[in-house]
Design a protein around this ligand. Structure first.
Ligand code: ATP
Ligand code: MG
Length: 389
């Protein structure tokens, strides 16, 4: 039996030209995502994207891949039928028999975009519904709250039969809302923040700060693995690694201990800002969550973001840890994030970090450092890698 995949697009508020840009980008992302799986024809008709296999391919894998492309609200497999009501019934009986056997109520909904088809949508639904009710006597018709909705679509070249699909990844097609630098530590929060930004159509460039020999190469490996898992939704992810040791040692040697964290975070922002400008990124994304640790008070965040020029976006700012963990589990990053290797935030951690740093104290402490030189050297030594699925 021939099958295709139907992807229903979300964000229906988008109109006119924006809608076309949305669809085109979505289809490009779907094509790229499906390339390693097989040869597919991808095209759109009225807010539905059709994915037609051109040869024998693994449809389970293709459906799963489509469900991870941002922009679709639902993904369903459909059987391709000749445009003949008896053929449609014959295929529906076979194709949907598991769903029909499992449900106790159902209805049929038809759509006829080929107006030359001789039955209108109501008549077609009645016909298919009647035949299915005869074939599966345990199930009754329910027009209002059916457990199963069988959908029949009669289009230009064929008819399609399907049941409800699985949820799509939602959001907006990757790349449609520009690029941002995402600060990726090895923790739980930042991979979730990166995912949420990507879901809004922003292409992320991940930036990780490491401080060898104080941080282990295993910490970097963990971040690379998190980046790889993130690719399950983004397809590809650029990762920049910043050598942060010189900066952290300079802070340790010259600044008051209780300001280490805020000053270190201000340097992260400065370097991230440079990477962002060099790569056409319009924002810096972090996994900060209000009140979670000393550096995530409103005062500390104000001091941190004063060091950079771009907006700082914090997708998980108002989420509880439990909520963040739920997303981390769903996107598959949680188990990797809880591995023990620590990132540079735990290097020279003050015993009593200042939760409400005063700006004049911060600036006085930084005046003992060559801020420009340190930032520029870290920026010049950034390492680049591209992580793929
Ligand atoms: P996470 O779980 O994401 O590590 P966290 O709760 O541990 O966050 P912090 O360590 O204060 O919080 O870090 C806040 C944010 O700063 C992180 O979410 C991340 O965006 C960024 N960040 C922290 N450490 C690093 C690092 N080594 N490399 C890149 N970004 C970092
Ligand atoms: Mg952390």
């Amino acid at each position: 039996m021939n099958e295709i995949i139907l992807l229903k697009l979300g964000e229906l508020v988008l109109k006119g030209n924006n809608r076309r840009i949305f669809e085109d980008r979505f289809m490009t992302n779907v094509r790229r995502r499906l390339k390693p799986i097989g040869d597919f024809k991808v095209y759109s008709v009225q807010s539905t994207v059709y994915v037609e296999p051109q040869s024998d391919c693994d449809m389970d894998t293709a459906v799963e891949a489509c469900a991870h492309v941002f922009g679709a609200v639902s993904v369903c497999r459909a059987a391709v039928c000749p445009k003949d009501e008896n053929e449609i019934v014959k295929i529906a009986k076979e194709y949907l028999k598991d769903e029909m056997n499992a449900a106790s109520t159902f209805k049929v909904e038809s759509k006829r975009s080929d107006k030359s088809f001789h039955l209108d949508s109501i008549k077609l639904s009645q016909f298919v519904g009647g035949e299915l009710a005869d074939a599966f006597p345990h199930i009754t018709a329910d027009m209002h709250t059916p457990e199963l909705t069988v959908r029949v679509e009669v289009r230009d070249f064929a008819a399609y039969v399907h049941a409800s699909g699985i949820p799509g990844a939602g959001g907006m097609p990757l790349g449609i809302n520009g690029k941002a630098v995402c600060l990726l530590s090895g923790g739980i929060d930042s991979p979730v923040a990166l995912h949420m930004l990507a879901k809004r159509g922003v292409e992320p460039i991940a930036v990780h700060f490491q401080s060898p020999p104080y941080t282990s190469p295993l910490a970097l490996e963990k971040v690379e693995e998190l980046a790889k898992i993130s690719c399950d939704y983004t397809g590809i992810l650029e990762l920049r690694t910043v050598h942060f040791t010189e900066i952290q040692e300079a802070i340790r040697d010259n600044c008051p201990e209780d300001l280490f964290t805020v000053i270190m975070r201000r340097f992260m922002m400065r370097v991230a800002d440079k990477i962002a400008h060099a790569n056409g990124c319009k924002a810096i994304v972090t996994g900060e969550s209000l009140g979670q640790v000393a550096s995530q008070t409103m005062e500390a965040m104000a001091a941190t973001e004063a060091a950079c020029s771009l907006p700082v976006l914090r997708p998980v700012i108002c989420m509880d840890k439990e909520e963040i963990v739920t997303i981390a589990r769903r996107i598959g990053t949680f188990e990797t994030s809880i591995r023990p290797f620590e990132d540079c935030c735990t290097v020279f951690t003050p015993r009593h970090p200042r939760t409400r740093p005063r700006m004049e104290d911060v600036l006085a402490a930084e005046s003992r450092l060559d801020v420009e030189g340190l930032t520029e050297r870290a920026f010049q030594n950034v390492e680049r890698s591209v992580i793929k699925l």
